[in-house]
Write a protein that binds this ligand. Structure first.
Ligand code: FCB
Length: 457
């Protein structure tokens, strides 16, 4: 038996996002977000489900705070639904929407839970999408105004902020793939680059405003960070892995730390898709000159790059969800379970980007609730997943990584985007018919980890 122990001030938490749990999609003056619109288009989400009601957290937040307290969470990561505050993205704020987050924040603080607020977890106001969304540079300025508004409204009580959740998903799934709005089948790699660049500008502008408004807090960005391993140890698989790593990781980290986009990906795009991405040097300087305080790592699974012989860089789906091998293990999303991946992600940022402060802002697993005894989900598979991944985090901390916290995804089962309600990530079960919440075995286990600041393995 080995003991896994974390530093004394380690921040343990759980996370959610507004669209995935709040519901009340058109209540009390709220405007439409792109996900309200997207999820109502038939065929976009499994079983044509949507987040209209979700976990009804908008009405049940008090009960949910008590659950968090029972779990002993030190921090709760949630997002603000932009069009709940500004129905069209800007202009007059919606007072009822403001009040909801006021109440939530106050409730958390009264129960000794630190709020960590994400400004953008994909809830772009639809009115802004109609104006070009993130392809339109103006959106960055409007975002900065919204961010500043939030800092002024809540910054007296909220000291921990995240600008964006997973810029890669917004850019790639929205403009090349099909999992994020607009997903209009353009397969447009140039738009993918522009969107990511405008998000970087928006992020830097928000950081700049944050420094002006809040003197004593911290602000960061939560990105997908994952190693890309060659599926097999061949020269062509390794070459694919390097490019995939550039597109997934370096494209998002290099501009923040070095003020440039990776050259190999710029040439790759030129060669393969015939466009040259040349952002303004002033933009790049601005992004680099407004560094944030930490990087949030959202990590679930490593990617596997394979030369699949198709006229594609490689098939993301083939990497992440397909190409399964009997000797590997997978979650209910068919995502590979490999704790080494989180260790490699942490150490990679540590070594390549100058030892930044890090949080794991998302990590967790979906599994079917196969075994329910007396109403409690016996999710030993999820407990094992967490044991493996949290142990790997501990190893990184021991080796000097500046990792300050771990936030489990998710506090509760919720609307899993294109997969609807079929995929359950919660450490708390939600019965969507009755909205009853029940802490799973993994939730009890995690509560003990928080209490003991570690566990035995
Ligand atoms: C991440 C998202 C989060 C959740 C998990 C499973 O990409 O940020 O909202 O859906 O995946």
């Amino acid at each position: 038996m080995a003991e896994i122990i974390f530093p004394k001030d380690f921040l343990w938490g759980a996370g959610t996002s507004s669209y995935q749990i709040e519901g009340a999609w058109k209540e009390a003056g709220k405007g439409e977000s792109v996900w309200d619109v997207f999820s109502h288009i038939p065929g976009k989400v499994d079983n044509n489900e949507n987040g209209d009601i979700a976990c009804d957290h908008y009405h049940r937040y008090e009960e949910d705070i008590l659950l968090m307290k029972e779990l002993g969470l030190k921090v709760y990561r949630f997002s603000i639904n932009w069009p709940r505050l500004f129905p069209k993205g800007f202009g007059e704020p919606n007072i009822d929407g403001m009040r909801f987050y006021d109440n939530l924040i106050n409730g958390l603080l009264e129960n000794g839970i630190t709020p960590l607020v994400t400004l953008y977890h994909w809830e772009l106001p639809q009115a802004l999408m109609l104006n070009g969304g993130w392809e339109n540079r103006e959106t960055a300025e409007v975002f900065a105004d919204y961010a500043e508004f939030c800092f002024r409204a809540y910054g007296d009580r909220v000291k921990k902020w995240t600008t964006f959740n997973e810029a890669w998903i917004v850019a790639y799934e929205g403009y090349v793939g099909k999992g994020q709005p607009p997903a209009d089948k353009r397969n447009d790699h140039f738009a993918e680059c522009m969107v990511s660049h405008h998000i970087n500008i928006a992020h830097a502008k928000a950081v700049e405003r944050f420094r002006e408004v809040i003197g004593d807090g911290e602000i960061g960005i939560a990105q997908v960070i994952a190693p890309v391993y060659p599926d097999e140890d061949t020269k062509s698989n390794k070459a694919k892995a390097l490019i995939a790593d550039g597109i997934l990781n370096r494209w998002y980290m290099d501009p923040l730390f070095f003020g440039k986009y990776p050259e190999d990906i710029i040439s790759f795009n030129k060669q393969k898709y015939n466009f040259e991405f040349k952002p303004d040097a002033d933009d790049l300087k601005f992004i680099k000159d407004n560094p944030c305080d930490y990087i949030g790592i959202n990590h679930y699974s490593p990617f596997r790059a394979k030369d699949n012989g198709k006229d594609k860089l490689f098939d993301w789906e083939g990497c992440m969800w397909g190409a399964q091998k009997p000797e590997r293990k997978y979650t209910g999303m068919n995502w590979e379970i490999e704790p080494q991946g989180i260790y490699d992600s942490i150490m990679r940022l540590h070594k390549d980007y100058g030892k930044p402060k890090l949080y794991i802002t998302e990590n967790g697993a979906a599994f079917d609730d196969e075994n329910i005894v007396d109403g409690v989900v016996q999710d030993d598979n999820r407990v094992d997943f967490y044991k493996g991944y949290i142990s790997a985090c501990a190893r990184a901390v021991q080796e000097g990584a500046n990792l300050k916290g771990y936030i489990a995804w998710s506090l509760m089962d919720n609307f899993e985007w294109c997969r609807g309600y079929s995929k359950r990530f919660g450490i708390v079960r939600v019965d969507f018919a009755t909205q009853k919440r029940t802490i799973k075995k993994s939730g009890r286990w995690y509560a003990a980890v928080i209490k003991n600041n570690g566990f035995e393995i």
